[in-house]
Design a binder for this molecule. Sequence first.
Ligand code: 5GP
Length: 111
Amino acid sequence: MSTIFGKIIRREIPATIVYEDDRALAFEDINPAAPFHVLVIPKQEIVNVGSLAEGDAALVGHLLRVCGKVAEEAGLSDFRVVTNSGEGAGQSVFHLHFHVLGGRALKWPPG
Ligand code: 5GP
């Protein structure tokens, strides 16, 4: 099932892309929850963490590495990586994504 993020991958709708490689794309969130708010997604259509298969492990490791890279490139030493899996957890776009948040103090636990 394609989502709005599929359209961003295919360049059918615009986004401010900050990183791209053969497996991953990172772009600014349209409704930022922090001064730095980037979404890191796989180009492959995967719904969420709950739908990951054993064979996706290397891809997910790569995506987390990309999260670290975009934060580092933004000069952030402290940042948060969050992923919502399922509607009840706050997922609104059903294409796996990691939120990378920073640039302000982040409270714990999140709502
Ligand atoms: P979720 O709620 O699924 O964890 O996160 C989805 C995120 O995608 C939200 O933070 C939302 O602001 C962002 N988002 C939704 N539609 C678009 C869009 O068209 N472009 C961009 N750049 N971000 C989007």
